[in-house]
Design a protein around this ligand. Structure first.
Ligand code: FAD
Length: 428
């Protein structure tokens, strides 16, 4: 291993939410691809760690965690191919600002810009929008350092590429990604409050197609939906500006935060003021703590045809769910073909839960929640808290066995395997 690779011994690091303490013995910060190759080739057990925004043990290892924070972002825009190449550890906020500066955009962002590109792609992180695939769907090519230290590249259309993108960190350390870009666009974001649940469920498709990206925030109880966040592309505006009412909800007159009682100043510009996609598509601003911080999260992806029934189920369960909840969110995501994407093969909705930070209580109701959502074919978000194991997840993913076979080929000794993967993917 090269001398310049920074190694932290006896890691006592925690994830962003603080609910998980990594068990890794070492943390390595390679400053070049050659150093990264040396670290991986020389390690017994090894995993990439992104910006630590996952809520479970997915990024942990018994060996060395590799952080790409010393690799240059190397953001390189190819105007002919309309894509951008970027180092895996780069945060979306950094990439978005640079793309915007050059007049380009990404199709979507998650609720927060703080997450690393490789970490978000590895778990199929998503934003919202009927026509918007998750963030991994923008990946046109990737480069990863595989178990023996060799660099493997794959591009869209290559055999196995669709299995490599949402890789859960199981296939190698993704050093660079190439993402599709488009010309920059503007978004005007408006928030409506107190939408009538009856109308929302009666015309759910009309509601979610009324803007480029729609999010509903709810605690599942009561007769109204707390907030609807509408991100309208000004070049394709569907809703007229200054609408006085939306599904019987009224426009917010000042900036709102999804969480009741929290200042809207942490959030991206609302009140219908148009501005660059990079400053509007996420809910939270890069300079502030996203969401609350003192929280846990779970999310289940449900096929579109079951959206209304699944939401009705959640409302029926509000007696057990709402007391543990800070807020819930409903988003829509377009289908894709990435093997372990929870959106594989189906348009769908995300039923998201931002929980109070009481992990024993949250873990206690997850089996009930999953049993109630099982008839709809619910697939859990890989980076959030869930109960299901490999035996429960395998039947939900038509290409599950192809993924484990691919992992076996790229990592025959199981160098990248950890307790999370053994529990939820490999089944031992
Ligand atoms: C406040 C908050 C808001 C969130 N909002 C959303 C949201 O809007 N939508 C959504 O879908 N999710 C959301 N999430 C979840 C989050 O996007 C995912 O957990 C995501 O994986 C976090 O990325 P990360 O860089 O922190 O990855 P980490 O949590 O550090 O790692 C996640 C996985 O990625 C792997 N990985 C990381 N880097 C690499 C690499 N270079 N090569 C290979 N594998 C790698 C790790 O090994 C691990 O398996 C949110 C989380 C928080 C805390």
């Amino acid at each position: 291993m090269k001398d310049s690779t920074a190694i932290d011994q006896l890691v006592t690091e925690r994830n962003w939410a603080g609910n998980y303490g990594y068990q890794a013995a070492k943390m390595a910060h390679p400053a070049s691809i050659a150093e990264l190759q040396d670290v991986v080739a020389g390690a017994g057990k090894v995993r990439a760690l992104g910006s630590r925004h996952s809520f479970n043990d997915i990024a942990d290892t018994a060996g060395t965690q590799v952080v790409l924070d010393r690799l240059d972002a190397g953001i390189s825009i190819d105007v002919q191919a309309m894509n951008v190449s970027v180092s895996g550890g780069t945060r979306y906020g950094t990439l978005a600002a640079e793309l915007q500066r050059h007049g380009f955009g990404l199709h979507n962002l998650a609720s927060l810009p703080h997450i690393s590109v490789a970490g978000a792609v590895a778990t199929a992180t998503h934003g919202s929008g009927d026509g918007n695939g998750n963030l991994a769907t923008a990946v046109a090519a990737l480069e990863l350092v595989s178990a023996d230290g060799t660099v493997v590249t794959a591009r869209r259309g290559d055999p196995d590429f669709a299995g490599m993108v949402v890789g859960l960190g199981a296939l190698g350390i993704v050093s660079r990604l190439t993402l599709d870009i488009e010309p920059s666009f503007e978004i005007a974001q408006s928030v409506f409050e107190g939408l009538d649940w009856g109308q929302v469920l009666e015309s759910f498709d009309a509601l979610t197609s009324s803007a480029y990206s729609v999010s509903l925030f709810t605690d599942w109880s009561g007769a109204t939906v707390g907030q609807a966040w509408l991100k309208n592309r000004t070049d394709r505006a569907v809703l007229p500006a200054g609408l006085p009412e939306f599904f019987s909800g009224t426009p917010a007159t000042q900036a709102r935060h999804p969480l009741p009682g929290v200042s809207g100043s942490n959030c991206t510009q609302q009140l219908g003021v148009p501005g660059p996609w990079a400053d509007r598509l996420a809910h939270f601003r890069m300079e502030f703590t996203p969401s609350k911080g003192d929280e846990l999260q779970s999310e289940y992806l449900i096929p579109r045809e079951h959206a209304v029934e699944a939401i009705r189920t959640m409302r029926r369960l509000s007696g057990v769910v709402t007391p543990l909840l800070l807020v819930g969110e409903i988003r829509t995501i377009a289908a894709d073909e990435l093997w372990l994407s929870p959106n594989y093969g189906r348009d769908g909705i995300g039923l998201h839960f931002t929980w109070r930070q009481d992990e024993p209580a949250v873990r206690a109701i997850l089996p009930l929640l999953e049993a109630e959502l099982a008839p709809f074919g619910a697939r859990p978000h890989w980076g959030k808290l869930f109960h299901a194991d490999a035996a429960g997840l395998a039947p939900l993913y038509p290409r599950f066995a192809d993924f484990t076979a691919l992992a076996g080929r790229l990592d025959p000794a199981g160098k990248f395997r950890n307790a999370f993967l053994d529990r939820t993917v490999f089944g031992r």
